[in-house]
Design a protein. Structure first.
Length: 220
């Protein structure tokens, strides 16, 4: 049995559509941050709702819902404020209802980390002591937030970050997601091409920081 894992969509509708097209009918789980940075927050949330995708809240989702931008940098704050101003009430309520963590018999998931579900960045080079403590009793731990994909095996257990659908930061402009093989407890990172030009133009058209458009091309 396989599950597609996505994270950090950040209102990049064309990237999400391209990923979901490649995924097909596979079950999908989202590890947070549906909104922020890009210009299609309503369309993105509505697509996730229509598809019945299970997921958790990310730090940008939280900022948009609460209006608390204190943990965002200046540019991210501008995007969050803009998003909060145009997001429909139904979509705002949807984001507000997302849990900070997810756990079932298959995997546990946090946007940041088990210690700080929204804001802690957990990278692949974290010490084995930290990674082991975060794994606890679960066999598979799924994380987001860093926009850097990795698959790490530790004593037969798996830690997975699928990277970012909507704003990759691993020097590739391709949208990233992962396929988790539950039976083998393994995962692979996959990349998908989408129309970056279209998204970049729309960022400029709506007056959001030009840096958001530029980094879509550089992937960093």
């Amino acid at each position: 049995m396989e599950v597609a894992i996505i994270a950090d969509v950040h209102a990049n509708l064309p990237a999400l559509e391209a990923v979901l097209t490649e995924i097909g009918g596979m079950e999908v789980f989202c590890c947070g941050d549906l909104v922020g940075y890009n210009t299609f927050p309503n369309e993105t949330v509505e697509l996730v709702r229509r598809q019945g995708i299970t997921g958790i809240v990310g730090n940008h989702d939280y900022a948009v819902v609460t209006g608390d931008y204190t943990r965002l940098n200046t540019l991210a704050k501008k995007a969050a404020e803009w998003t909060r101003g145009i997001l429909s009430n139904d979509n705002l309520k949807y984001l507000a209802a997302l849990p900070k963590s997810y756990e079932d018999e298959r995997f546990s998931a946090f946007h940041g980390s088990p210690r700080d579900p929204l804001f802690e960045y957990l990278f692949q080079n974290a010490s084995e002591e930290i990674l082991t403590s975060f794994l606890g009793n679960c066999s598979t731990l799924i994380l987001g937030h860093t926009h850097l994909p990795f698959v790490h095996k530790l004593e037969g257990k798996l830690i997975l970050n699928p990277g970012s659908v909507g704003q990759p930061r691993d020097r590739s402009p391709l949208a990233a997601y992962a396929v988790l093989d539950l039976e083998a407890n393994s995962a692979v990172i996959r990349r998908v091409k989408y129309d970056v030009d279209f998204v970049a133009r729309d960022i400029r058209r709506h007056g959001l920081p030009i840096e958001f458009a530029e980094r879509l091309y550089s992937g960093d």
